[in-house]
Design a protein around this ligand. Structure first.
Ligand code: GLC
Length: 427
């Protein structure tokens, strides 16, 4: 194995990136203080929802005060109805340049009208465990409770336990080939993707901000496996936090409503897990598939998302084994020299090299490796987990903290000094 960095060295380099990407100030549009890490100073100069959660988790190893600030800043973007945006444009002077290259669904000039995978309750739990700060926990709980209820009300209109995304960026896996058919992608490139997305945005124009109407219009309606696995995972973290707060006699905030809410989110998480098993699991294929449209057509394309229910600790053993043996640990599919690719090598659309912005179509990402290495450990596969961690570490040592990596060579690709790649500290 090629050289690996010592832990202290890795920490020093991760810290440097998190500090360099740190933005602090007061927003001139709402007078609120912000203190958070941008995913990348060049490509992504604002606060992104799930990136921010990953940054906070990495920061628990380096600077717990900054980890709290990261989360507090994100939670301060919550709207009165509970919604938390996927991008908050804290520094508006950087927006024109960004919007010249990207499209974002908005009803306000200051934040997006869309979501990202709801990992936030787990990030709050991690920061709370690292600090023991009950005031931090108690301040976060009402915001989290409102947010997960918002998701259920606005994004699960058929009440089956699966929330739906209205555009691919909401799942965080933007250009994944699993969306090609639903988007009617004509040209397989980032330009082709943006062109297809523009049509969706145009159709949403009169409906933006009313997600139930958007979902009923059935233009892009995806009950996404990655999003729902994280949704259940997040609600379980929320239920644990609520249970502890409800029985915490030292906390002035403890209440019987918290115990009831804990029960509510435990139940909802089980409902989501059951729906993933009943509606998304395909026994013949041995994989989980997203459901497209109000009619819930399974999208039979295997991607990294198909493995994500592994993050649920109570997934039935036979399903765990099939996902691992048939797909994850199979060199024909996901078990490449630098695992885990976002698309299996067996897929004709697999694109291992530099995708020129056409992302999530082959390279390996550190956030999904973080999720799945922990999941594998939990399901009794420590050697697979160790290999993923060692290979991720090797790629970072060789190529720096990049946005994603070539799954055959470990070459770094995409943005440089990328924030969530510091999750290696938590692996
Ligand atoms: C890309 C990724 C998304 C991430 C964002 C900021 O759009 O697909 O998951 O949140 O960049 O890093």
């Amino acid at each position: 194995m090629e050289q690996l960095m010592e832990r202290s060295d890795l920490e020093a380099r991760a810290e440097k990136i998190l500090l360099t990407n740190l933005r602090r100030g007061v927003a001139d549009w709402n007078g609120k203080e912000f203190s958070f890490v941008v995913p990348s100073l060049t490509g992504y100069p604002f606060q992104w929802f799930w990136d921010s959660c990953f940054h906070a988790i990495a920061l628990t190893h380096l600077d717990t005060a900054q980890a709290k600030a990261e989360i507090t800043t994100l939670l301060s973007g919550a709207q009165p109805d509970g919604f938390i945006p996927h991008i908050i444009f804290w520094e508006m002077d950087k927006q024109p340049d960004f919007l010249a290259r990207n499209i974002v669904g908005m009803t306000s000039p200051y934040y997006s009208a869309t979501i990202q995978p709801p990992i936030i309750a787990y990030a709050v739990e991690r920061v709370y465990r690292a600090t023991g700060d009950t005031a931090f926990r108690d301040a976060a709980l009402p915001v989290l409770t409102a947010f997960y209820r918002w998701l259920r009300y606005h994004r699960d209109p058929d009440d089956d336990g699966l929330i739906a995304v209205i555009q691919p960026e909401e799942a965080g896996t933007d250009c994944s080939p699993k969306y090609d058919a639903a988007l009617g992608l004509e040209e397989l490139s980032n330009q082709g993707f943006i062109a297809a997305l523009r049509k969706v945005y145009a159709a949403y124009e009169p409906l933006r901000g009313d997600d139930r109407r958007i979902l009923a219009a059935d233009i892009f309606h995806f009950e996404d496996v990655l999003v729902n696995s994280i949704y259940a995972f997040g609600m379980r973290a929320l239920a644990r936090l609520l249970t502890e707060a409800a029985s915490d006699t030292t906390s002035g905030a403890a209440s019987p409503e918290q115990a009831a809410a804990a029960e509510e989110f435990r139940r909802e998480a089980d409902k989501t897990r059951d729906a993933l098993l009943a509606k998304c699991w395909d026994e013949a294929a041995g994989a989980f598939f997203d459901l497209s449209g109000v009619a819930e057509q399974p999208v039979k394309v295997v991607t990294i998302s198909s493995l994500m229910p592994l993050i649920l600790s109570d997934l039935p053993r036979s399903i765990v084994e099939r996902l691992v043996e048939q797909w994850l640990a199979n060199p024909e599919h996901f078990w490449l020299p630098f695992p885990l690719p976002s698309v299996p090598a067996s897929d004709p659309k697999f694109m291992p090299g530099n995708p020129r912005g056409f992302i999530w179509r082959g390279p390996s990402w550190v956030n999904t490796n973080w999720f799945l290495s922990h999941a594998l450990r939990g399901h009794g596969y420590p050697e697979l987990a160790d290999t993923i961690v060692a290979k991720t570490h090797q790629a970072v040592a060789m190529s720096g903290f990049r946005e994603y990596y070539h799954p055959y060579t470990g070459e770094g690709l995409g943005a440089r000094d990328f924030g969530w790649t510091t999750l290696i500290l938590d692996m």
